[in-house]
Design a protein around this ligand. Sequence first.
Ligand SMILES: [Zn+2]
Ligand SMILES: [Zn+2]
Ligand SMILES: [Zn+2]
Ligand SMILES: [Zn+2]
Ligand SMILES: [Zn+2]
Length: 485
Amino acid sequence: MPEKCKQRERILATGNADIPGLPVMAIRGHLCFRCFGPPQQTKNLLRCGGCRRAVYCSKECQKLDWTTVHKKQCKLLAEVNKKEEEHYQKSRSWEQYRSYLLPAVRSIRDASPEENTYFIVQAQPYCSSCHRTYIQLSAPSRKISLKPCSLCRLIFTCAECTPSHPDSVCSAYQSFTLVEAFRIQFFEDTGKASPATFTEEPRVSRKRLADAENTWYDYYAHISDKEMVKDVIAKDFTAISEAAREVSPVEEQEAQERMRMFLLLCTDTLTMPLTILAGLERLHLDAKPELNIHLLGATGRELMALSSFEEIMHLVPGLKSVHVTAIGPGSWTDAPEKLDKGDARYFPAQDMSCCTECTQQGRKRSVASWRGVYHDFVNSAVYDEKKERPDLIVAFNSGIVDGDDADTDWAPTIKVILDIGVPSLFTSYNEHELVNETSMWKKKGARSLVEPQENRWRGLVPSPEFLDREGDIWYQNWGWYVVQK
Ligand SMILES: [Zn+2]
Ligand SMILES: [Zn+2]
Ligand SMILES: [Zn+2]
Ligand SMILES: [Zn+2]
Ligand SMILES: [Zn+2]
């Protein structure tokens, strides 16, 4: 087994929860499903004969993956393959492909809670012209080859079609590939999947986010404490700067590029506290010494990022305490096994530790959790209008109109949000979600406190969309707005 794999297995063996998901580059046939490495020497990757989807760099990786993960996966995937054959069409539109794919992904998600399994189907390789999948094209009765684009390697064309995809999509996929490669390397180097960085010392003087002309560059260089980006990273964060390229030796440029990628990935977590702070500034709530925030519909990623909310205190010297209640069916509870489906449960406020400096200043952070939907929380005995009424309601990437989560019914929550009349900040993954949500709120009679717009504090990491619009790229908190009755 290659040394790279061994290192990864050692990290996995520690039981670390923060592990990266299966890379799209693996699902699309370029990297080993187990160690995320490329084929060894110039040999091709080995393909699993059962599902024809999983690929491996070596027999060792294949064996290890079979016993730990793939055995169960393989059966489910082989069943999907049978359905693909039943749905075979010589050519179909994206809409036709998508309307086949959505229920297929949902059914596999219901059968296996493991995220990677349905993602293998969701992100599967297909011809971007005729929308036949690799599984269909490579069936023994057809044996039609499927070739990746030589530049982005993630978009494919079959031997019977002509390659075509817009340059903008190709280059977005290329940057996505760089991000994936960096993430894999970062995990091997550090044992962590999600890079994080914050302002180490709380600021003593206030600098407003609204004044950061070059958003993330100015945040890192002037508002936070990452002076090393000055003159080294381009203002739009897409590359290291011209100046750095002219004067730095090659190895130094490589280190600078790694720093850029690291800080770029950190924006995916920092987008949460910074979008909230941008909202507080716009609503003139940033002078309040105490803040109470209701965080709606948070899932694993947002819950893990709760510790990053201390960043708000570090940027706002006058802020003494922040209380967050996380509310949603995915929020935590002390006894999940006691809950029936649909049962709600409150988990009272717990103090969260602050850094030494904040603790000495007597600043406080706390979090509470309501596992259940928001309208049940507001109508429950726990919710006391005087004590609990939040300053701000926040829902990140809620998919309140376009979400593919069919069981979530937002209608009663929307009503409650309007009834209690608190400013509510929403974000969306992309532009058309933003447009659809805006028209929904208008119909309900909400007014805009912040007009729907591209979020200056969105995450900078591009992610390809596989179920909605073909070639779309989404970003954490791409768009935002604030509404109130
Ligand atoms: Zn491998
Ligand atoms: Zn298999
Ligand atoms: Zn084709
Ligand atoms: Zn391409
Ligand atoms: Zn602190």
